[in-house]
Design a protein around this ligand. Structure first.
Ligand code: NAD
Ligand code: MG
Length: 384
């Protein structure tokens, strides 16, 4: 039987790469749901190619055009955020691939887990905001969560077959486009420069997050929840070549690493086909052609957001949710030309100071905290 996929965020970078894999393996996968926020033309094209049962367009104002464009197809069209959380619970779905970006991915992840669906997770913000709830509910129902994020896929692969405890994990970071940019020049960085990631081609938000190291901070949080680690067991090391995707150290000092070409098709395919591997096409790494792999410490002076993420993780409660909400507003404001690059960190830090702290948040508290932190961040943006 084919594995039936609900692909959330099918028009984005991870979404389209997931569809590449489905295209290569039509005998293994079937897409029952496709969703997009606003890029309706691509969504319609995908629906015509893959013939899903449902499509969801999150922006309700686009419901009419999508329905009209698909009126001759045997597909149900839904609109709005709530529909995203509903379609994943369908009996026609085996695996939910969450390739949404931002807070919007959290409720669909939780719904998928509650409905007992296997979750292939790219949307790290789900775990940044509500990692404790999502992991607990998944454990209670024995629902597998398979990481798509390359670092977490690497750690997951290093842990296969191990029964001994992990001493620490080492998450690698490319360092982004500003790895060698002096502090005084960071103030004048343009949107175009920040969007030019040296090794990976990704959506705009994660590309900016990679340049500020907010992304790495979020990956530390994601690792804590996925692998049940303490913050002090998670290290970050800059590795500009992006070949070693991450590492795990055990008590005897043995370190296992997972290496490969920087191509997201590989971790996506592994999450979908686990425990099997599959052909990877041209994406092979050659030690002989690239014999130099280097590692260095993060410069916390120029990239303070990694330490801010650790502080949020240690403080717990809704802190990571606040950081996430503030970051979403800050990144959108930077991309829209409203604030400078270095103001992203300022907006996040100030929002963390002003937002209400909730020590043991419920899922409803996360929604309130997300709204509050976004409102505060907007105010700070206006003050700048
Ligand atoms: P993207 O911006 O390219 O795509 C996001 C997708 O989600 C699109 O289909 C978009 O229409 C949809 N979407 C956006 N906002 C939405 C909303 N509010 N409601 C409903 N749908 C919405 O993003 P991406 O680069 O594919 O990243 C997706 C997720 O995967 C992110 O959490 C990112 O951190 C993670 N991730 C991405 C990569 C990568 O290489 N792109 C690598 C590792 C992890
Ligand atoms: Mg990553």
């Amino acid at each position: 039987m084919k594995q039936r996929l609900a692909l959330l965020g099918s028009t984005g970078s991870i979404g389209q790469q997931t569809l590449d894999i489905v295209r290569q393996r039509p005998d293994e996968f079937e897409v029952t749901t496709l969703t997009a926020a606003r890029s309706w033309e691509r969504l319609v094209e995908q629906a015509k190619e893959f013939g899903p049962d449902n499509v969801v367009i999150a922006d309700k104002s686009l419901y009419g055009v999508v329905s009209e464009a698909l009126r001759n197809e045997p597909v149900k069209v839904y609109a709005g955020d709530e529909a995203l959380s509903q379609v994943v619970t369908s009996g026609e779905v085996d695996t939910v691939v969450n390739a949404l970006v931002g807070y919007a991915g959290m409720m669909p992840s939780l719904s998928a887990v509650r409905a007992g669906k296997r979750l292939a997770l790219a949307n790290k913000e789900s775990l940044v905001v509500a990692g404790e709830h999502i992991m607990r509910e998944a454990a209670e129902r024995n629902v597998p969560i398979l990481p798509i994020d390359s670092e977490h896929s690497a750690i997951f692969q290093c842990l296969l077959g191990e029964v001994s405890p992990v001493r620490r994990v080492i998450i690698t970071a490319s360092g982004g486009p500003f790895l060698r940019t002096p502090a005084e020049e960071l103030a004048n960085v343009t949107v175009e420069q920040a969007l030019a990631h040296p090794n990976w081609s990704m959506g705009a938000k994660i590309t900016i997050d990679s340049s500020t190291l907010v992304n790495k901070g979020f990956e530390v949080i994601e690792a804590k929840w996925l692998f049940g680690l303490k913050p002090e067991q998670i290290d970050v090391l800059v590795h500009p070549q992006s070949i070693v995707h991450s590492m795990v150290e055990f008590d005897d000092g043995a370190i296992k690493a997972q290496l490969g070409a920087p191509d997201m098709h590989l971790p996506i395919q592994f999450a979908l086909r686990f425990p099997l591997r599959g052909e990877c096409g041209e994406s092979r790494f050659s030690f002989a052609d690239h014999p130099t792999l280097t590692f260095e410490r993060v410069d916390n002076e120029r990239f303070p957001m990694l330490q801010t993420a650790y502080e949020c993780l240690r403080k717990g409660g809704n802190s990571c949710c606040v950081m996430n909400g503030a970051n979403e507003v800050a990144v959108a404001s930077f991309l829209a030309g409203r604030i400078k690059y270095i103001d992203i960190a300022h907006v996040i830090q100030q929002t963390l100071c002003r937002a209400t702290f909730v020590a043991s948040p419920s899922v409803e508290d996360y929604a309130l905290s997300n709204s509050e932190s976004r409102r505060i961040a907007q105010e700070i943006v206006k003050e700048l």
